[in-house]
Ligand binder design. Structure first.
Ligand SMILES: Cc1ncc(COP(=O)(O)O)c(C=O)c1O
Length: 384
């Protein structure tokens, strides 16, 4: 939203005459003053206490955090403060009704110390789509990018160089109104926190196709990055882990016949030379990595079919030796190779390939992310 739009909104929302320019400008100035980002720098950095070679994913946080509160129908003053605990009353709605959405993105530092983000516009749009589904207010795009840029610049030393290092960025919104009645909150907090990470090593990934539990249903919130989607997946994931499987591949809730997504990843199947993946729907998260893989694979001449993928065809392909690869795609790991799967109690192994699509695609995407390859699709965003 530009100055002109704000002026237009002010004239309309305060029911001013079009000619009452002076008053509009006064209101505009006061609005801009409250909107200016306030920055309180941390007196001391914690970075020297961090062992960057032994990071566990998402456990260490940088020196600063970004926050902005929504009250009386508007977002207030955006702030960057030293990373610290935040206090809420026990009655805050997020604790009771789970009105919470989040995002996950990464920053990379190249050899010249320039910091890059990968398609952050997609995360910005997606958090607002998620928020809308949970009846939460959209967070303005300009504030999102201003907060993100300033925060990363302040914590730039935390974005480490190296082929596996990155800064994981977690924007999120929570309902903060103190009230235990089951309805939308009228107060929210938007925040961004950052965590330095190394390679997302999961070890071997074997998956089980869901035939009892479901993650999402038609008309539900599966497409949103809503906190509750994850909470609901932990118990089935624990049961799968007891059987030796690291992830559950969710199937459609109605028939358990169509393969949808896994944990925090979309899923791809290579049958022969073709790459298959499920179309997005209101049950599936529209992953940035998935989208990028589809574009990149097509560009490299790989045939990609985006269509419902059935359990039956994947099992048959595995039995005929035509299922060559399966992999998950998401921001955290980029690509997680799946070495085997279980369906209704029967397990299947996948071959180990020297020239896998997974390795080729992972290298192509990480080279773009880290400014080592041409950015044909305009995915890189420079932090400045
Ligand atoms: C449920 C789910 N599916 C897929 C993905 C992959 O999305 P992206 O590539 O945008 O990280 C994620 C991670 O954000 C996820 O949580």
């Amino acid at each position: 939203m530009g100055i002109k739009d704000i002026k237009y909104l002010l004239i309309h929302s305060y029911k001013l005459q079009q000619t009452d320019e002076k008053k509009a400008l006064f209101l505009l100035n006061s609005k801009i003053k409250t909107m200016a980002l306030q920055i309180e720098k941390s007196a001391k950095t914690k970075i020297h206490d961090v062992d960057f070679d032994n990071l566990k994913f998402g456990q260490i946080f940088t020196d600063h955090m970004f926050e902005c509160d929504f009250e009386n129908g508007a977002w207030g003053t955006p702030k960057i403060r030293p990373y610290q605990p935040i206090a809420f009353e026990p009655s805050a709605k997020v604790f009771h009704y789970g009105q919470a959405v989040f995002e996950g993105m990464k920053a990379y530092k190249d050899d010249e110390d320039t910091i890059w983000l990968f398609r952050p516009d997609q995360n910005q749009e997606r958090i607002n789509k998620s928020a809308e589904r949970l009846d939460m207010p959209a967070f303005p795009k300009e504030l999102f990018f201003e907060g993100l840029n300033e925060l990363i610049k302040l914590d730039a030393a935390w974005v480490q160089k190296g082929s596996d290092a990155s800064l994981y960025i977690r924007p999120f919104v929570i309902a903060t109104e103190n009230c235990v009645s089951a309805s939308s909150s009228n107060k929210y907090k938007f925040m961004i926190i950052c965590s330095p990470v190394q390679a997302y090593y999961q070890g071997e990934v074997r998956v089980v196709f869901a035939d009892k539990y479901s993650r999402a249903a038609d008309g539900g919130v599966g497409f949103a990055k809503a906190a509750g989607n994850y909470a609901g997946s932990f118990y089935p994931a624990k049961l799968a882990a007891k059987e030796g499987y690291q992830q559950v591949v969710w199937t459609d809730a109605a028939t358990h016949e169509y393969l949808e997504e896994a944990g925090t990843m979309n899923v791809f199947f290579r049958v022969g030379d073709k790459l298959l993946t499920a179309p997005t729907s209101d049950r599936i998260l529209d992953g940035v990595t998935r989208k990028s893989i589809i574009e990149l694979a097509k560009d490299k001449g790989i045939e990609v079919e985006v269509r419902p993928v059935s359990v039956t065809e994947i099992v048959e392909a595995a039995e005929k030796g035509e299922l060559l690869e399966m992999f998950g795609a998401g921001t955290a790991a980029v690509i997680s190779v799946i070495s085997g799967f279980s369906n209704r109690g029967k397990s299947y192994e996948l071959p180990q390939l020297d020239d896998s699509y997974a390795a080729f695609i992972k290298k192509s995407i990480t080279d773009i992310q880290r400014n080592k390859a041409e950015d044909k699709f305009g995915c890189r965003y420079k932090v400045q």
